[in-house]
Design a protein around this ligand. Structure first.
Ligand code: UD2
Length: 247
């Protein structure tokens, strides 16, 4: 599937990957994809995701937050950037954070927010569609603006692979909030295989860092992420925002 194919499959998308249904929308979503060097995954994800969101009657836009080649990958910081940049553009009621390598299999699995934070990707093919222990909010999750603001978004401290999802789970618990999970038999996702990402090495310090979450979370999050936008391009099926993280 090429990007042009996805555009041809979705004739009602506005430039930048914006969609507005012709009846009253179920909600207004910003879908945020933290990204670097996974173009193949992105093409396939867009091919599957647009029809699901449209059949669920959401008004939505897909934002790809593309980290420049500088520095180690930082998924948490990119998700904070996605939230801040999306809210500048539209008044969204729900923010969905989406790994680029998880393809939705079920139109019935709603991409919606609720009174609790929603961890949506409960049934994943590489885990045989079973909810595995230790999984917190990684993969696909949905937050209202109020929920995200309350926990101060994601931590910016976890560079490299791992930790940012467990850190978020600690934030949620520390604020007396809960995570709601749909049944894994309803919310099924195919995980696409990938090799090691040279710019995203395992963060071996993550377990130690998680011990400091409740102390750090008030000053580490959407209120402290440092970045510069290097460029924004409105593609036919998504908005690409390329950023450099740090001062
Ligand atoms: C798990 C989590 C993921 C995250 C990660 C630890 C699930 C299903 N997924 O994913 O949410 O918590 O562990 O950090 O629980 N990415 C790029 N380019 C890169 C590296 C990462 O685009 O070079 C993005 C991409 O959107 C990818 C996501 O970051 O899907 C997570 O990275 P991963 O796929 O390497 O990690 P994985 O599958 O172990």
């Amino acid at each position: 599937v090429m990007f042009d194919d996805v555009a041809a499959e979705n004739p009602y998308l506005e430039i930048g990957g914006y969609f507005k249904p012709n009846t009253k929308p179920r909600g207004k979503l910003a879908v945020i994809i933290p990204f670097r060097n996974r173009k193949f995954h992105l093409r396939v994800l867009l091919h599957y995701l647009h029809p699901v969101l449209q059949s669920q009657r959401f008004e939505y836009c897909i934002y790809v937050i593309n980290q420049s080649n500088k520095g180690v990958f930082n998924k948490g910081a990119l998700m904070n950037v996605g939230y801040l940049e999306a809210m500048k553009r539209h008044n969204y009621s729900c923010y969905v954070f989406h790994d680029v390598d998880l393809l939705p299999e079920e139109h019935r699995c709603l991409y919606t927010c609720s009174d609790d934070v929603r961890h949506i990707s409960t049934g994943i093919s590489k885990f045989k569609y079973k909810l595995v222990g230790g999984v917190t909010v990684g993969g696909v999750s949905a937050f209202t603006t109020a929920q995200l603001q309350r926990v101060n978004g994601w931590s910016n401290r976890y560079v490299g692979w791992g930790g940012e999802d467990d850190d978020m789970a600690i934030r949620i618990r520390a604020h007396g909030m809960r995570i709601r999970r749909p049944s894994p038999s309803l919310c099924k996702f195919t995980s696409l295989p990938h090799g090691p990402d040279p710019g995203n090495p395992l963060n071996k310090k993550r377990f130690n860092m998680l011990r400091h979450t409740t102390k750090e979370m008030f000053g580490d999050g959407v209120n402290s992420v440092e970045y510069s936008v290097l460029g924004e391009t409105l593609q036919a099926t998504f908005t690409n925002i390329t950023v450099e993280l740090g001062k």
